[in-house]
Design a protein around this ligand. Structure first.
Ligand SMILES: Cc1cc2nc3c(=O)[nH]c(=O)nc-3n(C[C@H](O)[C@H](O)[C@H](O)COP(=O)(O)OP(=O)(O)OC[C@H]3O[C@@H](n4cnc5c(N)ncnc54)[C@H](O)[C@@H]3O)c2cc1C
Length: 469
């Protein structure tokens, strides 16, 4: 329960229209795409860095939990106010402050929608590659806090490769500026990259300097089908051996294809006998694109592709990508509860990962649909289960534990892009040693001595007070 003098001080800092306790707002800002809910007590909408700093100072002084929110599309409950208190939404920080064509960078406020920055820079021949599938809803601050990735990460890397500098407010209220406008900077510890992927637990990002690159002028999409997942994975290995680095390299397995075909009532999307589909994109100068497309097709054919289709113009490419775009809503038709895990293994271990998934399907009688960024070894393993069938839910929970254990054995990571948040806290001890966790705790304390910023997250012994749908 927040003290009246605290609420009054927040109101004074941000003005009466900068905060609310309306029931519908508390409900809306108490959840995110993970469908977990936390008891939000006050929603605050600051407009300036000074206001953010004032709120942080007040929360620090009064020991009030403070949870930062970007677009609210996180899949692990990162923006859910697990211990109640203040939800600080960055929704008024939506300006692209600068696009610098000479130094190849953009300066942005954190709640610029990712797709909006991409369109703005592409209009002048520049490129901001990180492309999470949520790019028309998520915000750059959330992408930085989660180190978001997407299909293009194989060639272009994830968000961290593009963050040059940050302005951030510490949970104690000080404003810090890390990195800057240069590509090289080795002055002291790299605080910029410490904040990237810190899941809103170390500081509140209020501005970012992002690296841009020239927009590749040509693009070609290739879609190949295979009778088995193994064939598709072999094609990826062949490609790597052929030294081709596609801009995107996505795999969709048979169970996921079947869901899309049923959802869209279009059997052509999952023709009889299709066990997997690869979507690849090559980009660059036209001669390079042509040459690489030929090599991609050869690798797919060598691995036993049953069909290979090419598309060069935007509409035809869009049509080939349709399957991938429709995956999220389609999976919902399989079962009401989706345990969505974005595990990642070294590329060469992807066949072992799929073997593990096949064992879990068989031994635990689970429906599991897989798709994802196979070029990075980052596969979304979706365990689909009826939430009203408690025995099935128990088997699914057993399945996720076994999945994570196997991923760690395969020298992989339990999350490649969605982060830990609330959802994977209890598995952190599988991924990190006691010494590593203790070091991370000391880092957290250095930034946030009272533990007010995004409490209940990431660490296995955090105590959230949440419910889920
Ligand atoms: C349909 C769908 C598809 C998705 N596809 C992908 C994908 O392909 N790749 C991928 O990586 N993710 C994907 N995601 C997950 C999600 O979109 C990403 O994690 C995204 O980066 C979250 O951004 P957001 O602005 O919505 O952040 P939020 O959900 O609002 O917050 C996420 C975390 O960031 C913190 N945060 C937000 N803003 C700030 C800030 N200014 N300062 C400090 N901390 C902050 C929050 O406290 C929270 O811990 C998908 C989600 C959906 C719903």
């Amino acid at each position: 329960m927040l003290e009246p003098d605290f609420i009054e001080a927040v109101r004074t800092a941000v003005g009466p229209d900068g905060c609310t306790q309306a029931a519908d707002a508390l409900e809306e800002y108490g959840t995110d795409a993970s469908k977990q809910h936390g008891p939000a007590e006050l929603v605050v909408r600051p407009s300036t860095t000074d206001e953010v700093a004032a709120i942080a100072r007040l929360c620090h002084q009064h020991r009030v939990p403070l949870t930062v929110r970007g677009g609210g599309t996180g899949y692990t409950g990162g923006a859910v106010p697990a211990l109640g208190g203040v939800v600080l939404t960055m929704e008024r920080f939506t300006r692209i402050l600068e696009i610098d064509e000479v130094n190849l960078l953009a300066v942005v406020e954190p709640n610029v929608v990712t797709g909006d920055l991409q369109r703005a820079v592409e209009a002048i021949g520049l490129f901001y590659p990180p492309d999470p599938a949520s790019l028309d809803r998520c915000a750059l601050g959330g992408n930085i806090a989660e180190c978001a990735g997407g299909p293009r990460a194989f060639k272009y890397g994830t968000t961290k490769r593009y963050v040059l500098g940050l302005e951030a407010v510490l949970p104690t209220g000080e404003v810090v500026r890390t990195g800057g406008k240069t590509v090289k900077n080795v002055v002291g510890y790299d605080l910029t990259q410490t904040l990237v992927g810190s899941e809103g637990t170390l500081a509140i990002i209020t501005k970012a300097i992002l690296r841009l690159i020239p927009l590749p002028p040509h693009r070609e999409t290739i879609q190949a089908t295979f009778a088995e997942v193994d064939g598709a994975v072999r094609a990826v290995i062949e490609l790597v051996k052929a030294r081709v680095v596609p801009a995107a390299l996505e795999l969709v397995d048979g169970a996921s294809l079947e869901a899309v075909a049923r959802y869209l009532d279009d059997r052509t999307l999952a023709p009889e006998g299709t066990g997997a589909l690869l979507l690849l994109e090559v980009d660059g100068l036209s001669e390079t694109v042509r040459e690489e497309a030929v090599r991609v097709e050869a690798s797919c054919r060598q691995a036993g592709a049953t069909t290979v289709r090419h598309a060069t113009d935007a509409a035809a490419r869009d049509e080939l990508w349709r399957v991938r775009r429709e995956l999220s809503p389609s999976l919902k038709t399989i079962a009401g509860l989706k345990l969505n895990h974005d595990v990642v293994v070294p590329k060469a271990r992807v066949p072992d990962l799929f073997a593990c998934v096949a064992r879990l399907r068989e031994e635990l009688a689970l429906t599991i649909a897989c798709f994802g960024h196979v070029g990075d070894g980052n596969i979304h393993v979706n365990i689909m289960v009826d939430p009203n069938d408690s025995a099935a839910v128990d088997r699914a929970r057993d399945g996720e534990q076994r999945l994570f254990e196997e991923v760690v054995r395969l020298e992989g990571a339990i999350s490649g892009e969605h982060g830990i948040g609330l959802e994977k806290r209890s598995f952190m001890h599988l991924a990190l040693s006691a010494e590593e966790l203790a070091l991370m705790r000391r880092l957290k304390t250095a930034f946030d001595p009272h533990g007010i910023l995004n409490p209940g997250k990431m660490f296995p012994d955090a105590e959230p007070a949440t419910t889920s749908d």
